[in-house]
Design a protein around this ligand. Structure first.
Ligand code: IMP
Ligand code: MG
Length: 176
């Protein structure tokens, strides 16, 4: 049996919300340059759509961290797989996340990037699971709060599948 996908957030709703987030971010940063730090690979589509709405004064870099294996449960271990290419000292850094679940990944990333003396350090996440947030982690800009369910699409995967769905869906895997 194939996995069951239950649509949760439509492609249109994602685009509308991304417009609003970009407006909010630009209102607060003014014309200041912003370095977007995309967290690979899940933030891929959100970063692409958000960045194109933030005007010309934007640069982009990436980090890759892993806290999950290929399945659905957190290993509790956060590891940097790919670090930033550029020096962020004195820059306005905006971390772009796909989803904040336990908050462990984000806490770790904030700590790490904070030691490099950016001028400011904030986070925008398309999705947050508030019930699951076990670790103190601030998300300044939230796209959608969702229930504590496993979701895929618009960058989010399970075992590298479903990232390219244009919408976000709740995944109920088929029984083996
Ligand atoms: P956290 O450290 O528990 O906040 O989770 C961090 C990472 O786990 C996210 O950036 C995602 O890559 C992954 N993750 C958490 N929840 C989901 C989900 O529902 N679907 C897909 N990936 C998820
Ligand atoms: Mg992620």
């Amino acid at each position: 049996m194939p996995d069951a996908l239950e649509p949760l957030i439509s492609a249109d709703d994602i685009q509308r919300r991304t417009d609003e987030l970009a407006d909010e971010i630009r209102r607060e940063y003014g014309d200041e340059p912003i370095l977007l730090v995309g967290v690979l690979k899940g933030s891929l589509y959100f970063l692409a759509d958000l960045s194109r709405r933030l005007g010309p004064n934007v640069t982009i870099d990436f980090v890759q961290v892993s806290s999950y294996g290929t399945g659905k449960t957190s290993s509790g271990v956060v590891q940097i797989r790919k670090d930033l290419d550029i020096n962020i000292e004195g820059l306005h850094v905006l971390i772009v996340e796909d989803i904040v679940d336990t908050g462990l990944t984000l806490r770790h990333l904030r700590e790490l990037l904070g030691t490099r003396h950016p001028q400011s350090l904030r986070v925008v996440s398309l999705l947050v699971k508030p019930e699951a947030m076990q670790h103190e982690s601030t998300v300044e800009y939230v796209g959608f709060s969702i229930p504590t369910k496993f979701v895929v699409g618009y960058g989010l995967d399970i075992g590298e599948r479903y990232r390219n769905l244009p919408y976000v869906a709740i995944l109920s895997p088929s029984e083996p």
